[in-house]
Write a protein that binds this ligand. Structure first.
Ligand code: FMN
Length: 294
């Protein structure tokens, strides 16, 4: 996955046993250009009891006075001092983590990006839900508008520990996406792109990207975009398809050809556009069919 090297090691004898404090450098350049992560680990015997990590993308500017390596070195020396003076505080493991929920997994996950509960995207989501049920698969429509999802804060913590520190409903979405074999994005075009709520989820899926890259948890899903727009033609969909393609590519989701339905400012109801329901169902059915692995 990436190169690891122990940069500094200190062994500390205490009444609580022998501790080792290590400063490890990981070259994450294969994920982002020039990304370096420093991890400071405290081991009691061979058991890791404390981990601190910092990476070079956390500082806002490349010429920032915060030098990632210096930060890691300061933490290394402080931890070594702390372990020597209060070893009893390091006898049991303490980790920064945020576990994903144990339930909420299903075969087909449908991200419904419109804020309108009974609009066109919601209707399309219900066709997809029904199609999954007909194929005997479990499915779940996530109405993003009903969920508490905050915007990504660009802290890059996910590349340190494989979790996101923002406290909201995102763990349930990550869990669902990680387990799904098909991911459908149903969305309207809003000002040439996706609505803000869906964009927030897409950005926060950086967490999933980090889980794949840092923890090796791979998503093995196929993806489908179904988008609706007020205007006619293909022009309104240019940015939406790019954004959703980038989302899928980032996570290793294999996209099928999108279904793009325009002219809704005039027709209003997607159910009244001839062939739309059939096209959506057929596109999804093609993904739900068992794959020819040969
Ligand atoms: C804030 C907003 C921005 C929109 N921007 C566009 C746009 O840039 N291009 C377009 O063709 N339609 C645009 N539309 C129209 C919607 O894409 C269209 O009404 C769609 O059917 C709404 O889907 P929904 O019923 O699933 O909410 C916009 C609608 C809203 C409310």
């Amino acid at each position: 996955m990436h190169e690891s090297a122990a940069e500094k090691i200190r062994s500390i004898e205490t009444p609580e046993g022998t501790f080792t404090v290590r400063l490890i450098l990981d070259d994450l350049g294969s994920i982002y250009p020039g990304m370096i992560r420093y991890t400071v680990e405290v081991l009691r015997g061979t058991e890791a009891v404390y981990t601190y990590a910092v990476n070079s993308y956390e500082s806002a500017r490349p010429d920032s006075p915060i030098d990632t390596r210096k930060v890691a070195e300061i933490v290394f020396f402080r931890l070594a001092h702390d372990v020597a003076s209060r070893p009893h505080a390091y006898t049991r493991p303490r980790f920064f983590t945020r576990p994903l929920p144990g339930s909420g997994t299903c075969d087909v996950v449908i991200l419904q990006g419109s804020p309108r509960r009974f609009g066109n995207s919601a209707r399309i989501a219900s066709w997809c839900d029904d199609e999954a049920a007909r194929a005997g698969l479990s499915s779940r429509v996530l109405f993003l508008q009903d969920m508490d999802i905050r915007a990504c804060i660009g802290c890059y913590t996910c590349y340190n520990y494989g979790y996101c520190p923002v406290d909201d409903d995102m763990p349930g979405i990550i869990r669902a996406l990680e387990s799904a074999s098909v991911i459908v994005v149903c969305t309207p075009v809003y000002t040439s792109t996706v609505p803000a709520g869906l964009k927030a989820v897409i950005d926060r899926c950086q967490w999933l990207h980090a889980r794949e890259k840092v923890l090796g948890r791979e998503v093995h899903a196929r993806g489908l975009l179904v988008a609706v727009a007020g205007r006619r033609g293909t022009d309104p969909f240019v940015c939406v398809t790019r954004v959703v393609d980038a989302f899928m590519e980032n996570l290793g989701i294999l996209p099928a050809g999108p279904v793009l339905i325009g002219d809704l400012d005039r027709v209003r109801d997607v159910g009244k556009i001839e062939g739309s329901e059939g096209d959506v169902r057929a596109a999804l059915r093609a993904l739900l069919a068992p794959r020819d692995e040969g």
